[in-house]
Design a protein around this ligand. Structure first.
Ligand code: ADP
Length: 212
């Protein structure tokens, strides 16, 4: 589905109405140094698309709400790259003890693990650490590669993927986060992190954009 692409003049009209509405077509035309008839098609499009409301003898005002079509277009266009966070990465040889400290220090719910070539090799979550901690092992001596979920079982995504694809993966695999990766000749390079928190933030930005 293609989004509603507003042209420059339509955007200018929206700004004028947002700041000055209710305002007549005549007054909008005056501000843009155009005639009322030149503006007529743009005003019709903005009204039909639900950006503006028109009241007879009152004028145009910003409806504050976009059409459901505009909202669904907006959701479909939300991409990982616009909402991702900075990944927290540890090496395979790091001890479980140090990795737990790292998780607290960085205030994250999952760590991504890389091998000597800095290529994605695993994921560590809170539950992985809890499971290990209730055993009788010496956490300072155990490397994280012993307890991580390892490749090829790691679910990941790319910067250009949509948030809908990510949300589907998070729900179907029952996990909280995905590494965002770039494919290189050596393997997958970690470039970001996307979590349920990012999806919640995206959800709120959508509500904000549409004055919900
Ligand atoms: P928590 O342990 O805080 O509930 P998750 O639900 O994300 O966090 O993790 C549950 C399990 O899934 C853990 O064993 C973890 O290693 C694994 N896991 C987490 N993220 C991924 C991922 N992106 N791909 C594959 N496995 C993952």
């Amino acid at each position: 589905m293609s989004p509603i692409e507003l042209n420059k003049r339509q955007v200018e009209i929206l700004d004028i109405v947002k700041g000055n509405g209710p305002i007549t077509g005549e007054q909008i035309a005056e501000r843009l140094s155009l005639t009322r008839s030149t503006l007529r098609p743009d005003l019709a499009i903005l009204t039909m698309a639900g950006f503006l409301d028109a009241r007879p003898r009152v004028g145009y005002f910003y409806s504050g709400k976009k059409t459901s079509q505009a909202i669904s277009d907006n959701i479909a266009q939300m991409l990982v790259k616009d909402f991702q966070s900075i990944p927290v990465v540890v090496e395979e040889g790091m001890s479980v003890y140090d990795a737990i400290c790292q998780m607290f220090l960085e205030d994250v719910g999952s760590l991504f693990v890389v091998d000597k070539k800095s290529v994605l090799s695993g994921v560590l979550s809170r539950k992985d650490f809890l499971r290990t901690s209730i055993g009788n092992q010496d956490l300072t001596k155990m490397p994280v590669h012993m307890i991580m979920t390892r490749m090829p079982n790691v679910t990941y995504c790319l910067k250009e993927d949509t948030l809908i694809e990510v949300a589907n993966k998070l729900m179907s695999r029952q996990i909280d986060s995905l590494p965002v990766v770039k494919e290189t000749k050596d393997g997958l390079e970690i470039v970001g992190r996307i979590t349920k928190t990012n999806i919640t933030r995206a959800f709120l930005s959508l509500a904000d954009d549409h004055d919900l």
